[in-house]
Design a protein around this ligand. Structure first.
Ligand code: MTE
Ligand code: MO
Length: 201
């Protein structure tokens, strides 16, 4: 039997109190937060493109994306408007798989969406098995309100980093603040450090 290091507990043994970041409250509902109208993107016209800082790119059609290895993350999500939702169930492709599609040594990445929304991240945050392109929620195709046909899921950062209706990732040498980051939200957005607004530590 595998040995566990001292102090290790499976996620099931962590209390919900311990799983709630500072300043957040838990909710059972799933609020919709969109800056503009919901774009409707049929899957037969959907594609996802990863672009390197040197201009090289790689695209996947819907069927090609669905043929990639699929994962079923179960994660807690935290919105900067202070709601948190525990144990949300998704299905999709690890961004490790998609990011490997292009050669890059860039430090940053911008997620770009069909509605014009953008959000920026360090490249390290879309690798390491903690970020996904998801197309299903709770066993059903992701609804348009929540970003269907596909959105990012980056649960270790505030949920505004999880771009809905995402159409691609663009690697950049310089950090390029996205939609909410230019409007005063924190550049990184770690809920455990309460990085809500630009002047938070
Ligand atoms: N394309 C796009 N993605 C987006 C947004 C948006 O307006 N457009 N809003 C962001 C914000 S601020 C949050 S909190 C979450 C909300 O996701 P939900 O509507 O599924 O709860 O999506 C994020 N992704
Ligand atoms: Mo948000």
């Amino acid at each position: 039997m595998a040995s566990l290091s001292p102090g290790f507990h499976g996620r099931g043994s962590r209390s919900l109190v311990e799983r709630l970041p500072p300043g957040q409250y838990p909710t059972e509902s799933f609020p919709v937060l969109s800056a503009g109208p919901t774009p409707h993107v049929p899957t037969d016209r959907w594609s996802f493109t990863v672009t390197g800082e040197n201009g090289g790119s790689r695209s996947w059609t819907w069927d090609e994306m669905r043929a990639l290895p699929q994962e079923q993350p179960v994660v807690d999500i935290h919105c900067v408007t202070r709601w948190s939702k525990f144990d949300t169930r998704w299905e999709g492709v690890s961004l490790d798989v998609l990011a490997a599609g292009v050669e890059t040594s860039a430090g940053f990445v911008v997620a770009e969406s069909f509605d014009g929304y953008t959000t920026n991240l360090p490249r390290a945050d879309v690798t390491g098995g903690r970020a996904w392109l998801v197309h299903s929620f709770d066993g059903y195709p992701l609804s348009p309100d929540h970003g269907g046909p596909a959105r990012l899921l980056i649960p270790h950062l505030y949920f505004w980093k999880s771009a809905k209706w995402v159409k691609g990732l663009r690697f950049t040498t310089e950090d390029e603040p996205g939609f909410w980051e230019r409007a005063g939200y924190h550049d990184y957005g770690d809920p455990w450090r309460e990085q809500r607004y630009w002047n938070d530590a």
